[in-house]
Design a protein around this ligand. Structure first.
Ligand code: ATP
Ligand code: MG
Length: 525
């Protein structure tokens, strides 16, 4: 008899410890425990209730031996009695009384109840209830064993909750890693990539599945360094220093696709308690835009200073000449020199206006001053008259239908558009030729074209001519004056009017021909 009891005891303990170490989920483990508890003392049924951490209310987590709906009837009676250490002796009779009442009603033949606290430290996290049909006392040995079942159940619950927390934290970390706009890469001690987030995948051009497992130096190949050290050379020089300082490396990175990207990477070592490095976390930031801005700033300064210098030195030269006391100038000479000074001053004003407009566009304070009834054919004719005197190589031809419809718009800015397009047509057809300015009226909109027979725009440059400070790298653009703001502003003005602007090669062929370019813009009527 005793041997039999010992064998059973061992079997139940084994079953429970097996359940605990297997990868079952908590509900299954608890079911095994409640079943063992019930069978061990030949009970009728049992349940495990757990305190819900969110509201501390006890809820059924596992049942054995009875239908769940019977438990649902039992539970409000049973669970209304709080567990107080050391006072079970007083509570059990009350519990039994209640249970018998319900059992009678539900006809389930339960006469006695036993409950075992599941404690985690001082905290009551749940209870095991065992319902018996016969009233007998269980030995203290058996009671101890049952309590050890409850302790095991408490451990299972605690582990499951810890595991949930770990999973939850890991999910959070994964989400941060996945969503981060910064490129994040984690390296192991041998500098092999073990994590690679989508941002760094975008920056480096490496697919995640290709990068993982590769050595860092295969993925991060610097074309040009702006800082002194790479990760590899820093490590060779004794990094990380005590105190685990981070390392910053910046430069141009060769991407897997063969092009380059400006990147800054901060490496942070992870140390174990013994001070040994276990991982390196690399945080990469794409600096391309920042570099482009920097480039633009430089261009801005060099272009503007160059463009300002030219008219200023001409004005100074002519003013100095006119001011000489030892020379006498004829009225026509004075008139001519003054005309040059005036023209150059106009150039300066235009340049300053353009810069102001560009900065207004950048700051978002660009606003149209709309006038009604703008006659574009008249504006075109006026602009042509202004430019005709400046070049005898070019023949300007206006082509507008009679009764060209007037539109509403910002007159001063639309004059600027004509100025820019016609001055470009002249500037970029140094051999001269015909410049045609034509207008067409449609139901909802009008189009204006400016056509020249000049040098054309090479196809590979066509995408950038509307950009700020874009000056094409053909021999001409270096010789001719200009800031590269004209088309940028023109496009902004047209678009602010709700129109659009485009251009085409007159021949339809690629670069190399000299049949010129046609710029066309549309404006709503
Ligand atoms: P700005 O107009 O500020 O004085 P810009 O004329 O150089 O200077 P944009 O008018 O913006 O600047 O033109 C940009 C570039 O596009 C020019 O530098 C030139 O290389 C090219 N381009 C513009 N118009 C023509 C054209 N009609 N034919 C050929 N190339 C052109
Ligand atoms: Mg221009």
């Amino acid at each position: 008899m005793l041997v039999d009891y010992r064998v059973r005891q061992r079997e139940y303990l084994l079953a429970i410890s097996r359940a605990l170490t297997s990868e079952l989920d908590l509900a299954d483990v608890l079911r095994i425990i409640v079943q063992a508890s019930v069978e061990f003392i030949s009970g009728r049924a049992g349940t495990i209730v757990l305190a819900d951490p969110s509201d501390n209310v006890f809820r059924i987590a596992a049942v054995y031996g009875l239908q769940r709906d019977v438990f649902d009837q039992l539970s409000p009676l049973v669970m209304g009695l709080p567990f107080q250490p050391g006072q079970e002796q007083e509570i059990i009779p009350e519990l039994t009384k209640r249970i018998r009442r319900v059992a009678q009603e539900a006809d389930i033949g339960v006469t006695q109840v036993l409950r075992l606290p599941m404690l985690s430290g001082d905290q009551l996290i749940g209870m095991i209830y065992v319902f018996q049909s016969a009233s007998y006392r269980i030995s203290s040995d058996a009671a101890n064993l049952l309590q050890s079942f409850a302790d095991q159940a408490a451990i299972a619950v605690k582990n499951a909750r810890l595991y949930q927390e770990v999973i939850h934290e890991k999910q959070q970390q994964d989400a941060i890693l996945e969503q981060s706009a910064d490129g994040i890469m984690i390296l192991d001690r041998q500098l092999s990539v073990i994590r690679f987030n989508p941002s760094i995948s975008r920056m480096s051009g490496w697919q995640q599945q290709d990068a993982i497992g590769k050595p860092h130096r295969d993925i991060i190949r610097w074309h040009k360094l702006r800082t002194e050290l790479t990760l590899e050379s820093a490590l060779a020089n004794g990094w990380p220093l005590p105190g685990a300082a981070t390392l910053y490396v910046e430069g141009e990175l060769d991407r897997s696709s063969g092009d380059m990207i400006s990147l800054g990477i901060t490496y942070a070592p992870l140390m174990n308690p013994k001070g040994r490095m276990t991982n390196i976390i690399a945080n990469a930031r794409d600096l391309t835009r920042y570099r482009q801005e920097e480039e633009l700033q430089k261009t801005f300064i060099s272009v503007v200073s160059h463009e300002l210098k030219t008219p200023v030195s001409i004005i100074k030269g002519y003013a100095g000449t006119l001011g000489r006391r030892d020379a006498r100038w004829s009225p026509s000479e004075i008139h001519d020199y003054a005309a040059v000074i005036e023209e150059e001053a106009d150039q300066l004003t235009e340049l300053i206006d353009n810069l102001l407009e560009a900065s207004r566009l950048q700051s978002g304070s660009f606003q149209l001053e709309i006038n009604e009834e703008i006659e574009l054919d008249k504006l075109a004719a006026n602009t042509v008259r202004k430019f005709e005197g400046q070049s005898d190589r070019h023949k300007m031809v206006l082509d507008f239908p009679a009764e060209f419809p007037s539109i509403s718009g910002d007159e001063r800015r639309l004059i600027q558009v004509f100025n820019n397009l016609i001055s470009n047509a002249i500037k970029y057809s140094p051999e001269g030729g015909q410049i045609g300015i034509s207008g067409r009226a449609h139901t909802d909109y009008v189009t204006i074209s400016v056509r020249d027979e000049g040098i054309g725009i090479p196809r590979h440059e066509q995408h950038r001519i509307f950009e700020k400070f874009a000056r094409l790298d053909n021999a001409l653009s270096r010789k001719t004056e200009g800031t590269g703001l004209g088309l940028f502003l023109t496009k902004a003005i047209i678009e602010a009017h709700g129109g659009s602007i485009w251009f085409s090669d007159n021949s339809g062929r690629e670069n190399g021909d000299t049949s010129g370019t046609t710029f066309t813009f549309s404006l709503p009527r």
